[in-house]
Design a binder for this molecule. Structure first.
Ligand SMILES: [Zn+2]
Ligand SMILES: [Zn+2]
Length: 431
């Protein structure tokens, strides 16, 4: 019987992986320019890391984590997101002792047992950054500028950053009380989920996905109306710094993010072409999280983007095509095959992209293969070529042969130069 992949877990095939690589490369280039360094984190963590950081009453911890007992009885979990792991590593290795500010990024798979849908899988990849050690508004603006520049570099269709402030430990209690009072008064119209957990986590009410529940709580109080003076100043400064760079996120007072650890600046990215759930990712500030996980009282801010969602939303997938071989070597006969293998190995060693046909195929079938992989030149090596110690070149674009045009002992540089000097100018442009 044929074994298939698990529901919600998928393969990224070669056609698509070129686009993944392109997205990752754009991100890496930009992170380097913003002075973020890569951290590579394990996929498995202790379960309590996530229940303590993400929050016991969140959807993720309540019903989406892949949690299992290890053979020694320890409860382990496949990471559902990157921030908790990164902060765990930050605390464990006392990174605050190495530098006052840590600017880190990560790439890799995350796991959540959600209902699979377009661009939303149970194993999904995230690209994320975290800046730990600064609480001023300028670092929030820098992180948001990085996000803005990344979306621009990737040409994400209809990308829009939505911004909110969730307040702090000083102003959250008054807001929480107001929201709780509102929820009590509107208990009858809340959906089952909200009714059940509104006491433990009233903020969840605002990002409830139940449409009726959303509509009947449209006038619920929002955090922006309850910000203390320092939170208000922080928020206004972030927006002013961004406006100076002509970046104007859309205010969304109901956006509270799905995780408990966020405070002050919170944001989400939406894009076109993703269906009903149009978020590509998001992030925010988490000033209490590092202390909560046993570290110093350091503030932090970051974001994560879903790679599968980006793959659907980037505007020009052609920019992400893989590079075809520069030349395709087509040997005819066993003596030629050995020589062709030798040449191919040498050119590859010099950094050239070279494909070689498998043994025993006819020239016609090798040409079809060369056309399929998109190589612009085929280097033919048959008996005549062996005798003359020179390769015949077929220009696949011009459909033109140049018999025994390139010597077998040509260096890679000489080969490239000879190919570049073939008389292409005589070729009529193809309609
Ligand atoms: Zn505040
Ligand atoms: Zn609800």
């Amino acid at each position: 019987m044929k074994i298939t992949s698990v529901k919600g877990f998928h393969d990224v095939l070669p056609d698509e992986s070129a686009r993944w690589q392109w997205i990752e490369q754009q991100a890496r280039d930009l992170f380097a320019r913003y002075a973020f360094a890569e951290i590579r984190l394990p996929i498995v963590e202790r379960t309590e890391l996530f229940s303590r950081s993400i929050g016991e009453t969140t959807d993720i911890v309540e019903k989406e984590m892949y949690t299992f007992a290890d053979r020694d009885g320890a409860s382990l979990t496949l990471r559902p997101e990157g921030t908790a792991s990164l902060v765990r590593a930050y605390v464990e290795h006392a990174l605050h002792q190495h530098a006052a500010v840590s600017k880190l990024f990560y790439l890799g798979p995350m796991f959540r047992r959600e209902r699979p849908q377009k661009g939303r899988l149970r194993q999904f990849a995230q690209i994320g950054v975290e800046a730990i050690g600064r609480e001023d508004a300028a670092i929030d603006a820098e992180v948001l500028l990085l996000l803005h520049d990344l979306l621009a570099a990737l040409r994400v269709r209809g990308a829009q950053i939505e911004l909110n402030s969730l307040g702090c430990a000083a102003c959250r209690p008054a807001y929480r009380a107001a929201l709780l009072a509102y929820a009590e008064a509107h208990r009858a119209v809340l959906c089952e989920n909200c009714g059940r957990r509104v006491e433990r986590n009233p903020l969840r009410l605002l990002d409830c996905k139940d449409r009726a529940c959303r509509e009947s709580t449209a006038d619920a109080p929002v955090t922006l109306e309850y910000l203390c003076v320092p939170c208000r100043t922080h928020f206004d400064t972030v927006r002013a710094l961004l406006a100076r760079e002509d970046v104007r996120p859309r205010l969304n007072p109901r956006m509270v993010r799905g995780l408990d650890y966020y405070c002050r600046t919170a944001f989400e990215v939406v894009a076109e072409g993703l269906g009903a759930q149009n978020a590509v990712g998001g992030g925010g500030r988490y000033d209490g999280l590092i202390k909560e996980l046993g570290g110093p009282d350091s503030p932090g801010i970051g974001f994560a983007l879903g790679v599968e969602r980006l793959v659907l939303a980037v505007a020009e997938p052609d920019a992400a095509r893989s590079s075809p071989p520069e030349v395709f070597v087509a040997p005819m006969g066993s003596a030629a095959e050995a020589e062709a293998m030798h040449l191919t190995h040498r050119w590859r060693g010099d950094g050239m992209r070279v494909e070689i046909a498998s043994g025993g195929r006819s020239l016609k079938s090798q040409m079809r293969l060369a056309d399929k992989v998109g190589s612009p030149y085929v280097l033919i090596l048959g008996e005549d070529e062996l005798a003359a110690c020179a390769l015949t070149v077929r220009d696949m674009v011009a459909k033109q042969d140049f018999p025994r045009a390139i010597g077998l002992s040509s260096s890679t540089a000489a080969l490239r130069e000879a190919l570049a000097q073939l008389p292409r100018s005589t070729v009529e442009p193809r309609a």
